[in-house]
Design a protein around this ligand. Structure first.
Ligand code: FES
Ligand code: FES
Length: 161
């Protein structure tokens, strides 16, 4: 066991971790940050995406110890302190980009990563970027719509689910 310290959503947090503890597990079990979901543990589903030092990472593919000292952003840090949703979260709500919500934290964090580098992505670019994120409910159309709407684009031409 050794101590791992992260700055999570701007707040320093520490806990002991074993060498084999995954970052996803560390966030959920050691720090109690359960907004990051785990759907597979085998790098398939994308439910566990967080940002580590500004880069989107599937947190089940990284050891907690590898992230020691890093700044981590999770879904819990996306809304304002008073609970006001950020633009992406609001767009997911407005365009029905979620049903059960299991994939949503990873979708939002992946989408935020896309919009950072490509503020006005095409539909094809959004779909391509989300290839590592699996949703079992929505059929993806409304997720794509939500992300494009969050980027300020007209989404009336995107096929409805
Ligand atoms: S839990 Fe990490 S990709 Fe599925
Ligand atoms: S909303 Fe259920 S898995 Fe995406």
């Amino acid at each position: 066991m050794s101590q791992v310290t992260l700055t999570v959503n701007g707040k320093e947090m520490s806990a002991d971790a074993e060498g084999r503890t995954l970052l996803s597990q560390f966030l959920r079990e050691n720090l109690g940050m359960t907004g990051t979901h785990v759907g597979c543990d085998t790098s398939q589903c994308g439910a566990c995406v967080v940002h580590v030092d500004g880069v989107a990472v599937k947190s089940c593919t990284m050891l907690a110890m590898e992230a020691d000292g890093a700044a981590v952003s999770t879904i819990e840090g996306q809304a304002a302190d008073d609970g006001t949703l950020n633009t992406l979260q609001q767009a997911f709500q407005d365009h029905h980009g979620l049903q059960c919500g299991f994939c949503t934290p990873g979708m939002i964090m992946s989408a935020a990563d896309l919009l950072k580098t490509n503020p006005k992505p095409t539909e094809t670019e959004v779909r391509h970027h989300l290839e590592g994120n699996i949703c079992r409910c929505t059929g993806y159309h409304n997720i794509v719509k939500a992300i494009m709407a969050a980027s300020g684009q007209d989404v009336s031409g995107i096929a409805a689910e």
